[in-house]
Design a binder for this molecule. Structure first.
Ligand code: ZN
Ligand code: ZN
Length: 418
């Protein structure tokens, strides 16, 4: 294994100059969820040029690239491809000025999925060049629409595992503003489940001068928003964790008109099904009770916009993957972190395949800046996080680390030829 590792490292360095150029190109041309046509086309073309058997249009804009290299295990490597409706403010030479052609929103790779796509292509290149050293099947999944939580499910529904086989392991990584050159992971429940709800509180509109003839949805919403804050503090045990965020509240148009309705956008993050069910039920109970308390004619409408499961790293599989990451990067660069409140849909792939998942973060931030911010207690202020308009991973070293990590992890799960 050690021989293979040094081989990976020297080979990866050579592949990377081309990948950095590709990264800048993808970064300058982000596409929203399920609109990743250009990105998918590039991924497909490159994977085909490497000798992979490529299928496009899986689950919308998804791409599956498969390489059968003798008998042995099937290893699934997954990268997501979509950008976000964010106006980029990084000031980078290759910053995005793109707008979505359908909705007209500015688009930015504010979560680093451009880097994931590039790292997966780099890993495929390294694996092809090393094909005499391993045996098995590599299935690379370029997944659409992670940001709306529907891409993984769309690919599963389109027969991903019936058409391309079930893997022994699902491997995936995500860039994060931790020190570049490091990776970080966590066994067991790692990322939170996410339930996104749209709740419409139905009032009865009227003239602002005669509130007694109306049911004011703004007062109803205000009471509901405050009461919803008590779910985590009063209904979740100290040993459990949850987040309830009301990220949007829209109602009314003018000061002398009482609106008909108010719409809340609610995001719930939890780490177990029991807590998830309890918190979502509490949200429902509270908004219904507040509507009744206001004298509303009907109960609120509650829509589940997105539901992502907890992302769980199988502990036994993660041990094996971690070993490979430690060998390739150095054990001191493989960090343990606590469970993280962001969410992912990669767990849907692992669950549908009945395979264990190994998921890790890899760093994109300047280590000196991270250390200084940690010392000053200003990490949140000074280090732009994913989804920020200022999110700007250090391209070259981050790609280097991401390609090395993914390649090394894949090697660990394929059979190695002597
Ligand atoms: Zn994201
Ligand atoms: Zn992301």
């Amino acid at each position: 294994m050690i021989g293979a590792v040094s081989w990976i490292n020297t080979r990866v360095a050579r592949i990377n100059a081309d990948l950095v150029a590709l990264y800048r190109d993808l970064h300058a041309h982000p596409e929203l969820s399920f609109a990743e046509h250009r990105t998918a086309g590039i991924a497909a073309r490159r994977a085909r040029a490497l000798g992979f058997e490529v299928t496009e249009g899986v689950g919308g804009t998804g791409v599956v690239a498969r390489l059968v290299n003798g008998p042995g295990p099937t290893v699934l490597l997954r990268a997501d491809m979509d950008g976000l409706p964010v106006r980029e403010q990084t000031g980078l030479a290759y910053a995005s000025t793109a707008f979505d052609p359908e909705c007209g929103e500015p688009v930015m790779h504010a979560c680093g999925h451009d880097m994931h796509t590039v790292c997966l292509l780099g890993a495929l290149d390294a694996l092809v060049q090393a094909r005499a050293r391993w045996s098995g099947t590599v299935v690379a999944v370029f997944q659409p629409a992670e940001e709306v939580g529907r891409g993984a499910q769309a690919m599963v529904d389109d027969g991903l595992f019936e058409r391309f086989g079930k893997p022994e392991i699902v491997l995936a990584q995500h860039v994060l503003p931790i020190a570049v050159g490091t990776v970080a992971t966590h066994p067991g429940p790692f990322l939170a489940a996410n339930d996104s709800l749209r709740i419409t509180l139905h009032g009865r509109g009227g003239h602002g001068s005669r509130p007694e003839t109306t049911v004011d949805p703004i007062v109803m919403a205000a009471a509901a928003v405050l009461r919803l804050q008590t779910i985590v503090s009063r209904e979740v045990a100290a040993t459990d964790r949850a987040v309830v965020t009301i990220g949007s509240l829209h109602a009314g148009a003018k000061e002398n008109i009482i609106a008909d309705e108010a719409v809340l956008g609610v995001s719930v993050r939890t780490y177990s099904t029991e807590v998830r069910d309890r918190v979502v039920e509490a949200v429902r109970r509270i908004v219904c009770a507040e509507a009744a308390a206001s004298g509303a004619d009907r109960a609120p409408t509650i829509e589940l916009l997105m539901r992502l499961p907890v992302t769980v790293n199988d502990p036994v599989a993660l041990d094996k993957t971690r070993g490979a990451l430690s060998n390739a990067l150095g054990a001191e660069r493989v960090l343990n972190i606590a469970a993280f409140p962001a969410s992912e849909d990669v767990g849907i792939l692992a669950e549908a395949a009945g395979a264990p998942l190994s998921f890790w973060f890899f760093g994109g931030a300047d280590p000196a800046k991270v250390a200084a911010a940690q010392e000053n207690g200003t990490v949140e202020r000074d280090i732009p996080m994913n989804h920020s308009p200022y999110f700007a991973p250090l391209a070259e070293p981050a790609i280097d680390c991401g390609v090395t990590a993914l390649t090394a992890a894949a090697f660990a799960w394929l059979d190695s030829n002597p």
